[in-house]
Design a protein around this ligand. Structure first.
Ligand code: HEM
Ligand code: HEM
Length: 172
């Protein structure tokens, strides 16, 4: 079976790990009161992780676009493969939309200034459209990732077509 190039494999697994951390960290942060200083510190870490995820996804897209040979081609073009391609494109769009909504909300409350002045978050943050959108999109992303994991386990354990090999290191 053909594989993704090592760079794409590394970017997939690093982003998968950081996205999982960012998701759980985000839900934890959201439960804190806006008046707490520590919420600002946690959002700084969360925002850096989120921006890194965005960069990793843009880098993946650029590599795929500039070097189509870094992506393994399918042997036969079945309906399932077409659905998988569309689903993966959806994951890209979803991740980038989560990152953009996060950055938008941070700028709406002038987050860099809040950090510089050591102040706390304004209450209006909770009611911003970008904040509501970020919350909704992250929940959709969580469900989409769970479906993605179940689909790859279905391939690996039931269909036994070694799909994991495509997304792992080794001779191409
Ligand atoms: C936050 C978590 C994850 C995200 C956002 C994600 C996203 C993606 C995307 C966008 C692709 C398509 C690759 C491309 O064509 O560029 C992909 C492929 C793949 N992912 Fe994930 N993934 C995640 C976690 C996982 C996990 C935990 C597993 C395993 C349990 C997994 C297994 C795979 C496999 C086997 C492929 C290759 C599928 C193929 O070649 O058709 N992914 N993933
Ligand atoms: C893929 C990247 C990201 C993921 C998976 C993610 C995940 C989350 C989650 C799950 C929440 C809680 C939502 C809720 O319970 O309604 C959240 C909240 C938040 N995120 Fe992100 N996020 C990402 C990127 C970003 C970025 C890039 C920024 C800013 C630059 C950001 C800033 C925030 C802020 C300010 C909150 C709100 C806290 C609150 O209102 O209490 N996020 N994020």
């Amino acid at each position: 079976m053909k594989r993704y190039s090592p760079v794409l494999v590394a970017l997939h697994w690093i982003s998968a790990l950081v996205i999982t951390i960012a998701l759980f960290m985000g839900f934890d942060i959201a439960a804190l009161s806006n008046e707490l200083d520590l919420k600002v510190d946690r959002i700084v870490v969360h925002a850096i992780a989120g921006i890194m995820i965005g960069c990793a996804f843009l880098l993946r897209l650029t590599i795929k676009w500039l070097r189509p040979s870094s992506v393994p081609s399918y042997t036969k073009r079945s309906m399932v493969e077409r659905v998988a391609k569309i689903y993966h494109a959806g994951l890209y769009i979803l991740v980038l939309a989560v990152v953009i909504s996060g950055i938008t909300m941070a700028f709406k409350v002038d987050f860099p200034n809040i950090v510089a002045q050591g102040s706390t978050l304004p209450d209006e943050l909770t009611f911003l459209v970008s904040r509501q959108l970020h919350g909704l999109l992250t929940r959709i992303l969580l469900v989409a990732v769970i479906i993605h994991i179940l689909a790859s386990l279905y391939h690996q354990l039931i269909l036994k077509d070694h799909l994991f090999t495509r997304m792992w290191f080794g001779k191409r």
